[in-house]
Design a protein around this ligand. Structure first.
Ligand code: GLN
Ligand code: ZN
Length: 754
């Protein structure tokens, strides 16, 4: 038996990766020093890998993103970047003005850069796999080079494709037909073979190919392509094929692929295991069993895993134990966390600790006494109840259908709300946050570090609220917000206030490039000890006659953007969070707040990879939202969603039963509205984002108008709201004020014209 680990975070224990990149971008570091620093991080990673596991990869130390590295390796540089000239082109592609599109990697919070295929032949441009393999080799390590597999590379890419129509037109889109793949595969395979040859020459015998796209529900012809690909890659290196995030979609075809070893995620669900047990496993291959969870922070119950490994060892002579998916979804190490709730630390395991678990697991499997003792100790610890709250349990158990249903249907509610709010046609509003200036951030840090008192900090926040209310009134917006100046992050803010959720001090994870975030940890039953937003919202409302929106983050988003416990179903956690939010909704209503927005940007993202699991997911996701938004009929409930592909999910969104939704629409020039048009029952008010807040550019009246007119063609004008497409916290005041003025102007003009 061997151990294998992959995807260990490249961030470094002190976020060194982030500093290196950002210093280089600022011009405070030379390319040479950057390279040196990155190499040191790679040596640190290899040192950890080799300390704990038998097999580990090289080639994971990308300067920005591993998909981008693959694109550069095979020479896939879109023509708008001109001649490739090393790092400057690399970073232009990653973060320049016309950078590649960035999108979420499967159902994770990691963002990759989408390769753009223009129909050119591939050829080795920079042999990054070889560079990193020889680097580690030269330092005395013995890694296995790893690459993204050709199929996943193509599946996650976009290509220029001819669009049917009177005139020949080309559009970037996902590859969707056999011909699309056939166009690119032969030259891609040739390049992979060349890469393999070069690695072999440098001493490699094996290669790890990551092919997670094999967990998508693929068509038969796609599996044909996968088979052809692996067949044509044979004969140079032994291939260790790895899949993760879900079960492989066609077990029989998967295990017949001509490779040396096959990897399975045995954590995300039980399908892979069921198939293994039912169908057996080929004698001539090694089985890579992903048993240590790479996506959640819990200490592994090694006793359970040991039992599993016993079973698996009957299926395969050659068992390799591994993490279930890349470890970069985890913070580096739990070591520095010294302020976690009592009893939590010993229940957690971050990336470094997961490596060690693999080692202990192997030792225990081989019968080593020390390891076996540890296995028993962990089991004893983990079988003790933790973080339970009787009260929350009772409340959950007492829920009935009525708790998921507002008292009046939308058609009745809307009449009452109209009377109370008395808003004009095309009401204008924003999504919640206003610029988080340097001043706001340093005051927060000062408060957190005890440099200023709570009194001073609160006074400062009140001044910010006064300012933002005044500005919104001057601009002439109809429904105001308090600006969210007291919030770091829309999830972390609530996590800090809720019981049963912990936040960390150093638990940073890369989401893309040098961008890091700290996911909270939902470890116990969730409850709200006291109001979370009431003070700021009611203060804001006291300053104006116009309605101020109560601003909450929804249950699905809090859950999806946190680590969560595994001893209860996700549905239950979502309901617990929803109940805590409901208490807040009630308090806000009580205090006279008439409009409440509950953001659910992660509603689509939380959906499982496989469509066949969607019904079940959306059922509880919808109910969680309905549970927390069960306000009085006269309270207008808003939700907000962004970065979503709405196309297939409008019917689910509709069932959330809000009164108003705001969505991102500006980047598609309002085309997104089509999805709502196609859903005939649609009768809810909708604020389509009329400009892109990710860009510093100030939108012209004309651009805003175009989007609104597009929307008016398909939706009743009575339903339309006017707003930017997301929160404004990353923008500067100089950008925000003129942009909102233009927006309000367009709304006013339209009111007059109609
Ligand atoms: N209310 C939040 C804000 O304005 C929404 C953020 C989001 O949707 N990502 O910042
Ligand atoms: Zn948003």
């Amino acid at each position: 038996m061997k151990t294998l680990a992959y995807g260990f975070p490249k961030l470094g224990e002190k976020r060194e990766f982030k500093s290196l990149l950002e210093n280089f971008w600022k011009g405070a570091m030379t390319e040479e020093d950057l390279t040196k620093g990155i190499e040191n991080l790679e040596l640190w990673r290899a040192g950890l890998y080799s300390k704990y596991v038998d097999l580990y990869p090289s080639g994971e130390m990308s300067l920005y993103d591993f998909m981008l590295d693959m694109a550069v390796t095979v020479g896939n540089i879109p023509s708008r970047f001109g001649q490739y000239s090393g790092l400057s082109t690399y970073f232009e592609m990653a973060r320049g003005k016309s950078a590649l599109e960035m999108t979420k990697y499967f159902n994770t919070n990691y963002h990759y850069l989408v390769p753009e295929l223009e129909g050119k032949e591939f050829q080795i441009l920079e042999n990054l796999p070889l560079r990193w393999y020889t680097f580690l080799k030269g330092k005395g390590f013995d890694p296995i080079p790893r690459l993204i597999a050709p199929f996943t590379f193509l599946k996650l890419s976009k290509a220029y494709m001819r669009v049917e129509g009177p005139l020949p037109m080309y559009e970037m889109d996902k590859l969707s037909k056999r011909e699309d793949y056939e166009k690119y595969l032969p030259s891609l395979i040739r390049v992979y073979r060349e890469l393999f040859e070069s690695l072999k020459l440098a001493g490699a015998h094996t290669v790890i190919l990551e092919d997670p796209a094999l967990v998508f529900e693929l068509d038969g012809w796609e599996w044909d392509i996968v088979e052809e690909t692996y067949r044509s890659l044979q004969g140079i290196l032994d291939v260790y094929l790895i899949t993760y995030y879900d079960s492989v979609s066609d077990y029989k075809r998967y295990v017949s692929l001509p490779v040396r070893a096959l990897g399975f995620d045995l954590v995300s669900n039980s399908e892979n295991l069921q198939n293994l047990m039912k169908e057996g496993f080929p004698k001539d291959k090694a089985l890579i069993a992903g048993v240590v969870n790479g996506r959640q922070v819990w200490r592994t119950n090694l006793k359970d895993k040991l039992k599993l490994l016993e079973d698996l060892s009957k299926l395969s002579q050659e068992l390799v134990i591994s993490n279930s998916c890349p470890l970069f979804h985890l913070p580096v190490t739990i070591e520095p966390e010294d302020a976690l709730p009592e009893g939590l630390k010993e229940r957690l395991s971050f990336a470094k600790e997961k490596l060690r678990e693999l080692k202990v697991l192997k030792e225990a499997f081989l019968g080593e006494e020390q390891a076996l003792k540890e296995v028993e100790d962990i089991d004893a610890l983990l079988s003790q109840a933790f973080g339970r709250s009787e009260e929350v349990q009772r409340r959950l158990a007492s829920l009935t259908d009525k708790d998921f249903q507002r008292d009046l249907p939308y058609k009745e509610r809307v009449k009452i709300q109209r009377q109370i709010l008395n808003l004009p046609l095309f009401p204008t509003t924003t999504i919640g946050s206003f610029p988080q200036t340097q001043e706001v951030r340093s005051m927060r840090t000062a408060y957190r570090n005890g440099k200023i008192s709570e009194e001073e900090y609160k006074k400062f926040i009140r001044e910010q609220i006064q300012h933002v209310i005044k500005i919104q009134e001057e601009i002439g917006l109809d429904v105001l917000v308090h600006g969210e100046f007291e919030r770091t992050d829309m999830v972390e803010f609530f996590a800090e206030k809720l019981e049963g959720i912990a936040t960390t001090k150093h638990g940073w994870v890369l989401s893309y490039g040098s961008r890091v975030y700290r996911p909270p940890i939902i470890y116990g039953d969730v409850a709200r000890p006291k109001p979370m937003t009431l003070e700021e919202i009611t203060y804001a409302q006291s300053l104006t006659e116009k309605p101020v929106k109560g601003m909450l983050t929804g249950p699905v988003t809090i859950l999806t953007w946190s680590y969560y416990r595994e001893d209860v179903p996700k549905k239950e956690i979502a309901y617990q969070i929803a109940l805590a939010l409901l208490d807040e909704v009630k308090d806000l209503e009580e205090a006279g707040i008439k409009v409440i927005q509950i953001d659910e940007p992660a509603f689509r993202e939380g959906a499982p990879i496989k469509r066949k699991h969607w019904e079940e997911y959306f059922d509880w996701a919808i109910k969680a939202f309905r549970l927390c938004s069960r306000a009085k009929p006269e309270t207008q409930i808003h939700t907000h969603m962004c970065y979503s592909e709405f196309n297939e999910i409008v019917p689910y969104i509709y069932q959330m039963d809000f009164d108003v939704i705001s969505i991102e629409a500006s980047r598609s020039k309002g085309e997104i509205i089509k999805a709502f048009e196609e859903f005939k029952e649609w009768d809810r008010q909708i604020g389509i984002g009329v400009y892109d807040i990710h860009s510093p550019a100030i939108p012209s009246e004309e651009e805003i108008r175009t989007i609104l007119e597009r929307a008016m063609r398909v939706l009743d004008k009575e339903l339309l709201w006017v707003n930017p497409d997301c929160g404004l916290k990353t923008r500067r005041w100089e950008e925000v004020i003129p942009a909102l003025k233009n927006m309000v102007k367009v709304a006013k003009d339209l009111r007059e014209e109609l």
